[in-house]
Write a protein that binds this ligand. Structure first.
Ligand SMILES: Nc1ncnc2c1ncn2[C@@H]1O[C@H](COP(=O)(O)OP(=O)(O)OP(=O)(O)O)[C@@H](O)[C@H]1O
Ligand SMILES: [Mg+2]
Length: 330
């Protein structure tokens, strides 16, 4: 895997070529101060634009909180709220155009490890506060910003500069049983895998031939020889028979989860297009982000009617984190 392969998977680099077969999206370049804010390791303080958020539209997760005055309630008085007015304005405008809900990611990763911090426990974003909370709380976002070329054999020699962007995508209600990861080696589709390896879906076994055929056709028609790397991984959603939507491209290597395959197997293989899926519930894997979850009691705490509970919640998180760091350094 080369840095060039990783760059080819960076959303802004492939979106225009595949716009017609993927989820409609908006690309907003990250201004330098936002980049710094995301990388800051300080306590979490949301930008000023979140103070006066209009909570109407489809947003119902916040209605119990009323208006949160972050200035009065911030965890520490010396912490200053930042302001990214133009950037936030663009986000709010896109959010409105997208009907009040969207999916967010950076060039490569979504903050899927951070859903515990937002109250709907989902990546469905319907406010600026949710968006900043998700981005600020995700290790995957930090990975994109700090070490996107990890595992590249030329990481030390080639150091490309990355234009970071926030990607806003129309929200789709995705059935995880309709998602598949597809592995391409030397321009050939060699493997297909059920994307959600923590559940068993009986419809996959029943429809396996037609799923495979739909994905092969989609690959031949829309992907093959159009993506600039010879080895890569693409994710799709097959919503129904003959209907496949492209979700994402990922590098062919360790940064991408191989799911029911292993990277050794995929790299060595002369696989003659193998399709793997759970055949009964005994083969499924534990949910990959379970260790990012916090106990249900903490989550319940955040859904109370008192806005101060949110601050309690964040304080509690901070204390837990400090204790963890203390015990790590012991
Ligand atoms: N537009 C969308 N609306 C709703 N859910 C989405 C949308 N796009 C992606 N998802 C869901 O989020 C998951 C992760 O999306 P995506 O593949 O873009 O993130 P990622 O961080 O690149 O993941 P990975 O690290 O596994 O490659 C998808 O499997 C899908 O379930
Ligand atoms: Mg991906």
């Amino acid at each position: 895997m080369l840095t060039a392969d990783v760059l080819n998977c960076s959303f802004p680099n492939w979106y225009t070529t595949f716009e017609k077969v993927t989820i409609p999206s908006t690309i907003i370049p990250l201004p330098e101060p936002v980049l710094e804010y995301l990388l800051e390791d300080a306590q979490l303080v949301l930008p000023v634009e979140c103070n006066s958020e209009n909570m109407d539209g489809v947003e119902d997760d916040y209605e119990d909180f009323g208006d949160i005055n972050w200035e009065e309630n911030t965890v520490s008085s010396e912490l200053q709220q930042k302001s990214f007015s133009e950037f936030s304005r663009k986000i709010t405008e896109s959010l409105r155009e997208m009907g009040g809900q969207m999916f967010i990611k950076l060039n490569w990763s979504s903050p899927k490890d951070a859903t515990w911090i937002v109250f709907n426990n989902s990546l469905r974003c319907s406010s600026l506060s949710q968006l900043y909370l998700l981005l600020k709380s995700s290790d995957f976002i930090v990975h994109d910003l700090t070490r996107p070329f990890k595992f590249c054999i030329d990481e030390e020699t080639v150091k490309p500069s990355v234009q970071y962007s926030l990607i806003l995508r129309n929200w789709l209600d995705v059935n995880p049983g309709s998602e598949f990861r597809c592995f391409v080696k030397e321009e050939e589709l060699i493997a297909i895998c059920q994307r959600d390896n923590s559940n068993y879906y009986d419809h996959i076994a029943i429809q396996q031939e037609s799923i495979k055929q739909d994905i092969i056709s989609f690959f031949r028609e829309h992907i093959k020889n159009k993506f600039p790397s010879a080895d890569f991984v693409f994710d799709v959603i097959r919503t129904k028979k003959d209907k496949v939507i492209l979700v994402d491209f990922n590098p062919f290597g360790e940064t991408t989860e191989a799911l029911f395959f292993s990277w050794d197997e995929l790299r060595d293989s002369s696989l003659d297009l193998e399709f793997r899926f759970a055949t009964d519930s005994s083969g499924v894997q534990p949910h990959p982000y379970r260790h990012y979850s916090i106990p249900q009691d903490f989550v319940d705490l955040s859904s109370g009617t008192d806005p101060n509970k949110l601050i309690d919640f964040i304080n509690l998180k901070n204390r837990t984190e400090e204790q963890r760091q203390d015990s790590d350094s012991d």
